[in-house]
Design a protein. Structure first.
Length: 337
């Protein structure tokens, strides 16, 4: 009987140890779900780091965006010629001030589209940034010669002038350069009137220093058909009709000449000399260009230069040369077929 009891007692102890062993396995098994739960926050963090779409639907949202945005121009195309496409697109990057990309943000590219004598008129194109905040602008083929800029800014939710003004203030700028497509042998008459300090026309000994300087600059720029002309009375009056008539009389039916470039170079103030002996000369210049066949005024522009030199004569001459350079650049990036 004792033997049977001992056997039963041993069996009970073994059963008890067996149950304890089974219970010890459960924490190990429960760790697997715990690992899955810990992985979830990591996955959530990964999603949070991805750039979110930037949707602007209200004026307040837009103003808030303008306070926390950085627009960088990564690359711009090289200079082209009117009528020829740019060789590459404009590339921009848009982030917040912390450097995080602003994805799916609508951007405006504002670019030169036409010219009205003194001013360049702009058109707009819509861009959308990608997941890295980047966007490209493939500019249309230039329809005008111009040395201007392309502006990049977030597209406003409305045409509110206040929003446009604020957007322009933070806009990124990139150069837009399209040179004149005039042929090298295109006939151009150049008549620039120089004035004395008292404001009267400087006829002098018949020389026209500013006209000669401009013609020389045009030749160096490749416009070999430029030639001096003397229409000083009509230029002095700033009368395009008279200037055209003067040109027609001089040409006597010669159809090779297509344009007249005319202008006036005047002293903005009296020549001064400082304590170190340097003379200072400031000139104001106005420039125009017209079509001889039609009489249409194609260009009007104003320029100003100041030059200093120990020699009064050199200061005057250098100021005329500097003005001629500015006039030449205006012609190169304005006048075209």
């Amino acid at each position: 009987m004792k033997k049977v009891f001992a056997i039963l007692l041993s069996a009970a102890v073994l059963a008890l140890f067996s149950c304890e062993s089974t219970k010890q396995e459960s924490p190990a098994q429960s760790q697997e779900p715990s690992n899955v739960e810990q992985a979830a926050p990591a996955e959530a963090n990964k999603k949070e780091s991805a750039p979110a779409s930037t949707a602007i639907s209200s004026k307040s949202q837009y103003k808030k965006l303008l306070q926390d945005i950085k627009i960088s121009v990564l690359s711009s195309p090289k200079e082209t010629v009117k009528g020829k496409p740019f060789a590459s697109p404009y590339k921009i990057q848009v982030t917040n001030l912390a450097g995080e990309p602003l994805a799916s943000l609508k951007m405006t590219a504002e670019y030169p589209a036409s010219r009205n004598q003194e001013s360049v008129n702009y058109a707009k194109a819509e861009l959308v940034t990608d997941s890295k905040g980047a966007a490209e602008f493939n500019a249309p083929v230039p329809e005008l010669a111009a040395s201007a800029s392309v502006l990049f800014y977030p597209m406003p939710p409305s045409s509110d002038p206040d929003l446009i003004k604020q957007a322009s203030a933070i806009a990124a700028q990139a150069p837009w350069k399209a040179k004149s497509n005039l042929g090298a042998r295109t006939g151009i008459l150049v008549s620039i009137a120089d004035y004395k300090q008292n404001g009267t026309y400087n006829i002098g000994n018949g020389s026209q220093p500013s006209a000669q300087a401009l013609t020389s600059n045009l030749w160096r720029a490749g416009f070999m058909g430029a030639q001096n002309a003397d229409f000083h009375n009509s230029v002095d009056a700033d009368d395009p009709v008279r200037i055209r008539n003067d040109a027609l009389k001089q040409l006597s039916g010669n159809s090779l000449f297509k344009y007249v470039i005319y202008g006036r170079v005047k002293y903005a103030s009296q020549i001064t000399q400082d304590a170190d002996g340097y003379y200072s000369v400031t000139f104001n210049g106005d420039l125009g260009a017209l079509s001889i066949p039609t009489g249409e005024v194609l260009l009007k522009a104003s320029k100003s230069v100041t030059v200093k030199d120990k020699s009064e004569w050199k200061a005057i001459s250098n100021a005329q040369q500097e003005m001629a350079k500015l006039f030449c650049e205006e012609v190169i990036y304005s006048l075209s077929n």
